[in-house]
Design a protein around this ligand. Structure first.
Ligand code: SF4
Length: 81
């Protein structure tokens, strides 16, 4: 039995919210935009990027809605909904 991390995280049961598709939203107003985003380092699929110290941008094609960045951001600027 060998599943890639991607397969494990992509399973519908990993999505929560009664199986509805969720999407990672960046709440710019919550981000001070004055530092390197720490959540970028925890994303397992490299879906977050940042230009200068602006709020991070999510690549929805790459994001697997794992929620790691959501839990890591102390400003609650990243939300799965
Ligand atoms: S929810 Fe997971 S996959 Fe999506 S951007 Fe955040 S850490 Fe990366």
């Amino acid at each position: 039995m060998s599943h890639s991390l991607f397969e494990l995280f992509s399973r519908p049961e990993a999505k929560g919210n009664q199986g509805k598709d969720m999407k990672l939203i960046v709440k710019k107003a919550n981000c001070p935009q004055n530092h390197p985003c720490p959540s970028i380092r925890v994303c397992p699929v490299d879906a977050l990027s940042q230009r200068n110290f602006e709020a991070p941008v999510v690549d929805q094609e790459k994001c697997i809605q794992c929620g790691k960045c959501v839990r890591y951001c102390p400003m609650k600027a990243l939300v799965l909904q």
